[in-house]
Design a protein around this ligand. Structure first.
Ligand SMILES: NC(=O)c1ccc[n+]([C@@H]2O[C@H](COP(=O)([O-])OP(=O)(O)OC[C@H]3O[C@@H](n4cnc5c(N)ncnc54)[C@H](O)[C@@H]3O)[C@@H](O)[C@H]2O)c1
Length: 504
């Protein structure tokens, strides 16, 4: 295939590869020597010349060209992936290194750093957190992992501006997930965003739209989708291994202790609380609403149903093979036993009607027994999914899966997890990087759309819980129809300048 000015696609491709792949300063004349037969100048001209005239390119060092080209190729991709594809251009080849930025460096961010920095062909080139106290430990961790020193940022907008970053991972609290994803897509970055994909239904859809509009690869961090025994279990369920499936029940029996009560107080030194708050309502600083415990406040979190629970909600929907949200939801529960600051329920039951099957979800943060022979995890939790069929049932959790068949419920199969580490993130991270290279979102095991739909189920349940009644849901329009009380929970008041745009 020949691009419009007659330059061979191979020349364009070689040029881009040479520019992007090398770290050392190198002049075009030297590049030409290394790629004989390639019309490098013409290739560069073909890609348009926003910054330099052709006669100055020859005098430009490779280091400068690299920055220019990274931006240029990205803009070509943004304008039209089709045009880029027809030119035979790809940003990353199989052997090119992917420069990743990790945003949010605490519990989950550390997992991201540890996972991605160990994958060949990828390095953590930048780290970002609004809390200065997280930077030192992150640098130390990366040093121990033999990752070269990363560039440090406090404001995620500066990360998105950087031309040296190919992809970002987002491990911030939930209220930032959709907006950060949208901004990253607009800046031409690929994204690995943690679950839940959104803090509300409306913004989740905008994140999907941004991924599509800017042709970005966006993986949602529900790693069970890439773990071998979960994939086998789902295949078995979908292929009739337990007969006709009539119910999938997700269990989040994750033991939670009371968070107690804490007074508002001063913002800790080194913390940019305005940036932490971002699109949420700015409340006085309270240590109970800050790191990690933000999960238990509606302003920033979505309770355990969309925290640990969204994984199991997703696995249940995956097994039922449903690609949209259901048309009906009911949920009830409460925050029982504890008298503390937490707003979200510690005990919650939700049921969804898909017409031909029911999806049920249960959160129990207090002491409880098991169901469906689920195995105790860390000596305190029962977390997994039970699929119930006309011929038997299957229980899957992070340890493996078990199948029980017939009227006697005899155990006919017991399969252990195969990954070295239980609940490993590595296969999911590798899957993301594979898609970043192939530019094919079909390669993703958990595209942002899957993340959005499963988060939607959690948000639907929370809305039913909060309004206190059963709700009908228009899965196509993603609203509660004419139910204005329920529709109030579809989105939020965004705080300028941290607004999720209607038009991404
Ligand atoms: N996939 C999984 O198995 C898994 C496991 C744990 C957590 N998570 C998800 O990861 C996310 C983070 O969880 P956590 O437990 O690490 O939370 P956390 O509150 O402990 O850490 C979040 C970090 O993000 C930083 N941060 C907040 N706003 C930021 C911003 N605008 N820019 C840069 N940094 C910002 C905070 O300072 C903090 O260091 C959550 O959404 C959670 O649901 C996923």
């Amino acid at each position: 295939m020949r691009p419009r000015n007659g330059v061979a696609a191979a020349s364009v491709k070689t040029f881009v590869r040479l520019v992007l792949a090398r770290d050392q300063p190198l002049r075009l004349s030297e590049m030409a020597r290394r790629a004989p037969g390639t019309n490098l100048l013409a290739a560069y001209e073909f890609l348009d010349r926003p910054y330099l005239r052709a006669d100055t390119i020859a005098k430009t060092s490779l280091r400068s060209l690299r920055g220019i080209m990274t931006d240029l190729v990205r803009r070509v991709f943004l304008k039209s992936t089709v045009a880029a594809a027809s030119a035979g251009v790809s940003i990353l080849g199989a052997n090119d290194r992917i420069n990743l930025a990790v945003i949010g460096l605490r519990g989950r961010g550390r997992d991201h750093m540890a996972t991605f920095s160990k994958i060949p062909g990828c390095r953590v080139a930048a780290i970002c957190d609004i809390d200065a106290g997280q930077i030192g430990p992150a640098q130390k961790l990366l040093d121990e992992l033999h990752n070269p020193p990363p560039v440090v940022y406090r404001d995620l907008r500066r990360v998105f501006e950087s031309k040296d970053i190919d992809a970002v991972t987002i491990a911030t609290p939930n209220h930032w997930h959709a907006l950060a994803t949208i901004w990253a897509c607009q800046a031409g970055k690929d994204v690995y965003v943690e679950k839940p994909a959104s803090h509300s239904i409306w913004e989740g859809r905008r994140a999907v739209e941004a991924a599509r509009k800017y042709s970005r690869i966006v993986q949602c961090g529900m790693q069970a989708r890439s773990l071998e025994h979960y994939r086998r279990a789902i295949e078995l369920v979908r292929n009739g291994g337990i007969g006709k499936v009539y119910m999938a029940k997700g269990l989040c029996f994750k033991r939670r202790l009371s968070i107690g009560r804490k007074p508002d107080g001063p913002v800790p030194a080194g913390v940019d609380y305005d940036l932490w708050t971002g699109p949420a309502a700015k409340l006085p600083f309270n240590p109970n609403r800050f790191h990690y415990n933000w999960h238990w406040f509606w302003n920033t979190g979505n309770g355990d149903i969309a925290n640990q629970g969204v994984h199991e909600m997703d696995i249940a929907r995956w097994g039922l093979n449903k690609s949209t949200a259901p048309a009906k939801v009911t949920s009830m529960g409460g925050k029982f036993v504890y008298d503390d600051d937490q707003e979200t329920p510690n005990t919650q039951l939700a049921a969804f009607n898909y017409g031909d099957a029911e999806q049920v979800f249960e959160v129990r943060g207090l002491i409880t027994g098991s169901e469906g022979n689920m195995v105790l995890e860390e000596e305190k939790h029962y977390i997994g999914v039970i699929f119930l069929g006309s011929e038997g049932y299957l229980t899957v959790d992070c340890n493996g899966f078990q199948v029980f068949m017939g009227e006697k419920r005899e155990r006919t199969q017991q399969v252990q997890h195969v990954e070295e580490e239980i609940w490993s993130t590595r296969p999911h991270a590798e899957n993301f990087l594979k898609a970043v290279r192939s530019r094919n979102r079909g390669d993703l095991n958990c595209d942002i759309l899957e993340g959005h739909i499963s988060a939607t189920l959690c948000h639907m349940a929370n809305t039913s819980y909060r309004v206190g009644r059963t709700l009908a849901f228009d899965a196509k329009g993603e609203t509660f129809g004419a139910d204005s009380e329920a529709n109030r929970y579809l989105s939020r008041e965004y705080r300028a300048p941290f607004r999720v745009p209607s038009e991404v």
